[in-house]
Design a protein around this ligand. Structure first.
Ligand SMILES: [Ca+2]
Length: 268
């Protein structure tokens, strides 16, 4: 088994208490089964009247990327544009989020609408309580229709001010674990997207600078991992499992935190 840096039974929601943290490391090992994972907010609550199930994500026991039992977070299978987990952040000039993800099932859409079984990354709240899907954001996602990884960035409050890049021709396989990360330089708009399979083989290592970047709309204060469907086209939602989430305002801080926490421990 390779080690990737995240650790067994590590839950760090530091510096400012649950649901607002400058460093988050969570392998869900201590979360309570069947309910929203400890310390996280429900992404569905960001959309008043959004109709999503509550909780929209629950803790489960499953088999991890290493083939061993693990406790993880699973986004409930339902048709809704906003299901998952999120945490509030203090905006930083550079921020990274990584996780293990497994698409257990894609939705059954019959019309191409660009649903996603997983998107993860960062959002900037603009003051109004609106659908986070319409907020300034930078996320790595999986597209249901093509089953390919993509990078999506909304550069301002205007939802039309967005760019989308498919990152690889490789299709995501149901039931297989992947490790993925997004690393955003919020000042310059340079974003690195990285995806490996469970063996550690690199599928995507993409660094690009987003054109017409607007750093004032990259003061990200929400980190999230979520799925979404547009209901008229599917009756069964996507089903996705998450584990070993790490969110850090800078790679240096992440390396330091992990080196302290991982001594003598292994990821589950
Ligand atoms: Ca785990």
């Amino acid at each position: 088994m390779r080690e990737r840096g995240a650790c067994a039974a590590v839950v760090v929601f530091g510096l400012l208490g649950p649901c607002r943290a400058d460093l988050i490391l969570d392998d869900f090992e201590t979360s309570t089964l069947g309910v929203l994972p400890d310390n996280w907010n429900d992404f569905a609550t960001l959309v008043p009247g959004g109709g999503g199930p509550f909780p929209s994500t629950v803790t489960i026991d499953t088999t991890g990327p290493d083939g061993q039992p693990t406790r993880a977070a699973q986004i409930v299978r339902a048709v809704s544009t906003s299901q998952g987990i999120h945490a509030d952040l203090t905006p930083a000039d550079r921020i990274t989020m990584s996780l293990d993800a497994r698409v257990d099932a894609f939705d059954d859409e019959t019309v191409v609408v660009r649903s996603w079984p997983l998107a993860f990354g960062f959002f900037q709240q603009t003051g109004a309580a609106i659908d986070p899907n319409r907020l300034p954001q930078a996320v790595v996602a999986i597209d249901t229709s093509t089953r390919r990884w993509l990078l999506y960035v909304q550069r301002s409050e205007n939802q039309a001010d967005n760019v989308l890049f498919f990152l690889s021709a490789t299709r995501v396989v149901e039931g297989q674990w992947y490790h993925a990360s997004i690393d955003v330089d919020a000042l310059s708009g340079q974003i690195r997207s990285l995806v490996t399979d469970a063996s550690g083989a690199v599928i995507i290592d993409s660094t690009r600078t987003i054109p017409q970047w607007k750093p004032q709309w990259a003061r990200y204060d929400i980190a999230a991992a979520f799925d979404g469907e547009y209901g008229v086209n599917s009756t069964l939602g996507n089903l996705t499992t998450l584990d070993n989430i790490a969110i850090t305002p800078a790679p240096g801080a992440m390396a330091m935190g992990l080196s302290v926490l991982c001594l003598g421990r292994r990821r589950r």
